[in-house]
Design a protein around this ligand. Structure first.
Ligand SMILES: Cc1cc2nc3c(=O)[nH]c(=O)nc-3n(C[C@H](O)[C@H](O)[C@H](O)COP(=O)(O)O)c2cc1C
Length: 137
């Protein structure tokens, strides 16, 4: 039996979003996540964060608590949380993903289309991202 890990997906609204800000978040995330055996992917754009985090249950919870207290975003909303035996982003302490910006319009996001996503759809979305990343790296 493989070792079980946990994954968590949440969305939030960026505060003070700019390049410096996001680079800083990704940089610190990569350092911290490596230390805690966490991996994942952060979809980001001006009006949206959508993050997938995976790893040992306790480490994940501690990191998520820190993220919840971060003033660089608000309206944090958990979309999905579950146990799994397979990581989606094995090689990425935190993969930044600015690519999917055209999937949803600003108006869709404002109306809350992301929050309305089912837990299953949120997971499937990151499964798709992970396949695309594997293909191109
Ligand atoms: C959208 C977003 C995603 C983040 N993702 C992570 C992450 O994956 N890992 C992490 O350690 N910190 C992440 N952070 C940063 C944490 O909130 C926190 O600033 C960082 O862990 C340093 O915490 P400390 O200053 O208490 O040491 C994220 C912050 C934001 C706004």
């Amino acid at each position: 039996m493989e070792f079980e890990i946990k994954y968590l997906i949440y969305t939030s609204h960026p505060i003070g979003f700019d390049e410096k800000n996001i680079n800083n978040i990704l940089e610190i995330s990569k350092i911290n996540n490596k230390k805690h055996n966490l991996t994942g992917c952060l979809v980001y754009r001006q009006d949206l964060y959508l993050q997938y985090l995976e790893g040992p249950d306790e480490n994940l919870e501690i990191t998520y608590k820190r993220i919840l207290n971060d003033k660089r975003h608000s309206k944090i909303f958990k979309l999905s949380e579950n146990f799994t035996t397979r990581r989606l982003f094995t090689n990425w302490a935190m993969r930044g993903n600015p690519l999917m910006t055209s999937m949803w319009t600003n108006s869709d996001v404002k109306k809350g289309i992301i929050q309305e996503m089912s837990s299953d759809d949120a997971y499937k979305l990151f499964e798709k991202f992970s396949r695309e990343i594997d293909q191109f790296n």
